[in-house]
Every structure is written in structure tokens, then in C-alpha cells.
Write a protein that binds this ligand. Structure first.
Ligand code: AMP
Ligand code: MG
Length: 493
């Protein structure tokens, strides 16, 4: 039989596939195959993720896997599909969206889903071409792995493959595919989709799937009168709060926090016009398409709550009680500030918590903002200062030295007994030396466009261990060059 013959040619990675999302049924997706990408080449690969997947790293040198992850060869046991979701974009209901260029291959026995982003047209592509360009694929690949190494919940990326196939954006560019990996790519927008369409049986099926697979503790809770869907909303609110607190602490701006870009597992997902802050500017807008600043750095915590509120509304047909839904959402408002304070205190090397710490942190952020101090460099230098480096290395970053001296006095009084030995070691483990600044990504992309992928590889190696010193690579931890502020990253990807 034909199918037997073609199955025999499929590439078997020995990952074991179980494809539990596919088992939900065809209301949730459309089955289809990735579109083939001509003459692909490797751009970047993550050996550490291969290891997590139980994939022998040698596969990442194999021409067969290169073809498979570019959509040219089927992986035996995979069941490719594009899922349907809807969502709120920039504050307005956008209706049906869906995986317009991402194709889910399936789920391995380790419970990790593999998805090819940029793998061609799907029924949800709308006006798009189903493709992703090299520059945005490199950014997503590097940032996924960087966030993971920073300890921030995120979808991951196994590799990027590129091709000379031309892709039209503002200019002609070339195509690439990112192999993304996560326990699930389900978004708030999946729930909104079935809720808004009045498909409440499917809504329940989806919620039950998510609870049984990822939040089993929601089944046997005494909270919310034993309502598992309210418990789910609370659990997602808490995970989202923890994730956003980590974004704020490290200075990460997502850029497009639409509800279709919010993971039901509280993972950072859909890396587009993201940015790590250079100079500290609370109102910084990293997305050139975000003219109103809806997704500015300092608005992220409130936007996350707004998005959770949308999720709560979508779950109302299951929760059946508005008061319960509001009570479930309320956890965000306690978990977020606590999580943020914990993170900021750790960055300062504070031991324990004291009421006055909040003011100490707020005053510092005001000073950093007033003088537009480089965010990552400040924290790293402060960590070294706690280990004995001269205070001037930090003081020199500020224009208003008397204001800084006054703050430093407060800080010294607070830490007088604390910041010695292990706590200052801890500061070096929470204040990264290397973050994926825009200009670093840009340099690697420029090289990659000339088929030199060494910049991608070097950057990956630094970002995989961002708290290590990496002697000889100081330039990657330095202030951004002047041209960095002229980089414009938009939704075009
Ligand atoms: P994003 O802003 O990247 O999260 O995408 C929003 C929606 O547009 C999602 O449904 C994407 O799948 C879809 N989309 C984005 N770019 C493309 C493209 N080039 N081709 C098809 N669909 C796309
Ligand atoms: Mg998206």
C-alpha cells in the first residue's frame, strides 16, 4: 500500500510520540503537512534541548533531520496539525486567528510538543504567507534559549533552519523555520475561541485536557467550592504573575501581549518585537508597531491581568459564577507584587524582607530611570561591588551623584549585616552578565544573512550560561553602541 511505503521512508528519531492534543478531535485543529522548504541549511542548534528531548545530539548534524525540521521529510509517529484559536489583539476582539504559520508535529513520550514555526500555509494563514524570515527566527531561537537559561518560564527552541527561498516583507528576505518545544502551545486564545463561538462542550473538553495534563491539583481542591475551572483560572493567574515578575526583574519587554500570545502554562511565548532594556526607561516601547504604548515595559503587569480577565470571561460558561471567577483572578494581585519584591530583593542581595525594602527598591528604580542608567550593567556592577569591587564602578553610572550617594547610604544601612559571603554570590546568580540585547541579535543576524552563522553560535553559548563571567567576551556585556537605539523592531516577522 502507498501509505505503508511512505511510512517506511519517514524519519524515526525514536522519540516515541503520543500526540495527546491531536486526540482532542478535529474541532480543535486541521491536519496538514508542513510545506517543503528548498535546500535548507542549519542556522543554529541547541544541544542542551536535544538532550532534554532524549535526542542524540548527533541528529543535529544529520541531513535527514535538517530536511525533517524544514518540512521536507515526515517524522515517523508525528501527526502534524495547525490548531485554531482566537484572541484580543491590542485591546480589541480580533476573532479567529489560529496557527497561521506554525505546525504542531506532535508530542514526544517525554511530554514535549514539537512545533515548526514558519512551515507554510495553513487554513488560518489569513493574509499571511505561512513563512517566517531569518532575522525573526534567529531572534526567537536565541531568546527562547536565553530565557530558559535565565530561569524564566518559556517555550524553547531546538534549532533554526534557513533557506534561500525569498520572502517578501518590507524588503525581500529569506525564509527560516524554528523548531519550538514546549509541554503545550495552548494559549488563552484557544479558550476564547470556543467560548465566543458558543462551543461550550469543546470549551469544557479543552479545559479538562489542560487540567488533567498540567494542573491535576485543580481537580481535588476545596477552594472555590470545588470548582476545578475556577481553580484553573487561579493557577494560571499565579503562573502568569510569576512569569511577568521575572520579566520585570530582568528588564524584558515582550512587545505583543495579545491574548493569543499568552500561554495557558504561564510560559513566555511568541517572540516577536521583544527587547531586553538597555537604559532603564519604565515607559519603554519595544514594538515599533505599538504606537499607543499599550505594551510598554511598565504596563506589562497590568496587561497580563487584563489578559487573565479575558481568560476568566472565556471560562465563565464553565465556572458559572462571576464572583468565583473574580476571586480566582484576585490571586494575581497578591502573587505579582510579592513575586516582584522577592526577585528585586534577591537582585539587591537582601536577606529576609523588611517593610522598608519596598521604598528602597522604588527609590532605586526612580534613580535608574532619571539617569537612564543601563539596567543590566547596573545590577551586575552592584553584584561585584557586594563582592568588594569599588563603589565608584556603580556610582559612575549615575549623573546625579548626590542622589545616588543618598540611596547607597540607605542600601548600606539595610545590608550592613547582610551582603557578605553567600548573599553576594547569590547576586551574581540572579543578575545576568549577558542578555540578548537588540544590537547583539542584530550583529548575529547581519552575519547570518551572509551565511556566517558563527555569531549565532557564539551568542547562544554566552546566553546559555548568562551568569558566568566568560572572560574574553566582555564586549557582549558592554553598553550598547549608539546605533542600537535606531534599531526598529516591528510586528513584521
Ligand atoms: P503574531 O502577532 O505573530 O502572534 O501573529 C498573530 C496571528 O497572525 C497568528 O494567527 C499568526 O499565526 C498569524 N501570522 C503571523 N504572521 C504570519 C504569516 N507570515 N503567515 C501566516 N500567518 C501569520
Ligand atoms: Mg502569536
Amino acid at each position: 500500500m502507498n501509505t505503508m511505503a511512505s511510512d517506511a521512508l519517514d524519519l524515526d528519531l525514536g522519540l516515541g510520540w503520543r500526540n495527546s492534543f491531536a486526540a482532542l478531535g478535529e474541532d480543535f485543529y486541521t491536519r496538514l503537512s508542513p510545506q517543503s522548504l528548498p535546500s535548507p541549511y542549519w542556522v543554529g542548534r541547541s544541544n542542551s534541548l536535544a538532550d532534554t528531548l532524549d535526542l542524540d545530539a548527533a541528529w543535529l548534524d544529520s541531513p535527514a533531520l535538517l530536511e525533517a525540521l524544514s518540512g521536507n521529510l515526515k517524522l515517523a509517529g508525528s501527526a502534524p496539525l495547525a490548531s485554531v484559536y482566537s484572541g484580543h489583539q491590542f485591546g480589541s476582539w480580533a476573532g479567529q486567528l489560529g496557527d497561521g504559520r506554525a505546525i504542531l508535529l506532535g508530542e514526544t513520550r517525554k511530554g514535549l510538543e514539537l512545533q515548526l514555526k514558519g512551515a507554510g500555509l495553513t487554513p488560518y494563514s489569513r493574509m499571511g504567507d505561512g513563512r517566517a524570515v531569518l532575522r525573526s527566527s534567529i531572534r526567537e531561537f536565541l531568546c527562547s534559549e536565553a530565557m530558559h537559561a535565565l530561569g524564566i518560564p518559556t517555550t524553547r527552541a531546538l534549532c533554526v533552519t534557513g533557506s534561500d527561498a525569498p520572502i517578501r516583507r518590507e524588503q525581500m528576505e529569506t525564509a527560516a523555520v524554528v523548531t519550538r518545544v514546549a509541554p503545550s502551545f495552548i494559549r488563552f486564545g484557544h479558550f476564547e475561541h470556543f467560548s465566543y463561538n458558543g462551543q461550550h462542550a469543546q470549551l469544557r473538553q479543552l479545559a479538562d485536557y489542560v487540567i488533567d495534563s498540567f494542573y491535576p491539583e485543580c481537580r481535588d481542591t476545596d477552594r472555590f467550592a470545588g470548582n476545578p475551572y475556577a481553580a484553573l483560572l487561579e493557577a494560571v493567574s499565579e503562573r502568569t504573575a510569576e512569569m511577568v515578575a521575572q520579566w520585570q526583574a530582568v528588564g524584558f519587554c515582550h512587545g505583543v501581549m495579545n491574548t493569543d500570545n499568552m500561554s495557558i502554562l504561564g510560559l513566555t511565548i511568541d517572540y516577536g518585537p521583544f527587547q531586553f532594556l538597555d537604559a532603564f526607561d519604565p515607559g519603554h516601547i519595544c514594538n515599533h508597531s505599538d504606537t499607543q504604548g499599550r505594551y510598554a515595559y511598565n504596563r506589562q503587569p497590568n496587561i497580563a491581568y487584563w489578559n487573565l480577565f479575558c481568560l476568566g470571561q472565556a471560562l465563565l460558561p464553565l465556572i458559572e459564577d462571576q464572583e468565583l471567577a473574580l476571586a480566582a483572578l484576585a490571586s494575581y494581585k497578591t502573587v505579582f507584587p510579592t513575586a516582584l519584591q522577592t526577585r528585586m530583593s534577591a537582585k539587591l542581595g537582601l536577606v529576609g524582607t523588611r517593610e522598608a525594602d519596598k521604598v528602597l527598591i522604588e527609590n532605586l528604580l526612580k534613580l535608574l530611570a532619571a539617569d537612564r542608567v543601563d539596567y543590566s550593567i547596573f545590577w551586575r556592577r552592584l553584584s561585584h561591588m557586594a563582592q568588594g569591587a569599588h563603589a565608584d564602578t556603580v556610582r559612575d553610572l549615575f549623573l546625579d551623584r548626590p542622589a545616588f550617594d543618598a540611596w547607597m547610604l540607605q542600601y548600606s544601612e539595610r545590608t550592613h549585616h547582610d551582603v557578605k559571603g553567600p548573599e553576594s554570590d547569590l547576586m551574581l546568580k540572579v543578575n545576568p552578565k549577558f542578555v540578548l540585547r537588540n544590537h547583539l541579535g542584530e550583529q548575529a543576524i547581519r552575519q547570518a544573512k551572509l551565511k556566517d552563522f558563527s555569531g549565532v553560535h557564539h551568542l547562544l553559548a554566552l546566553l546559555e550560561t548568562p551568569y558566568d563571567e566568560h572572560p574574553g567576551f566582555e564586549a557582549y556585556a558592554d553598553f550598547p553602541p549608539d546605533w542600537a537605539s535606531s534599531i526598529e523592531i516591528s510586528c513584521s516577522s
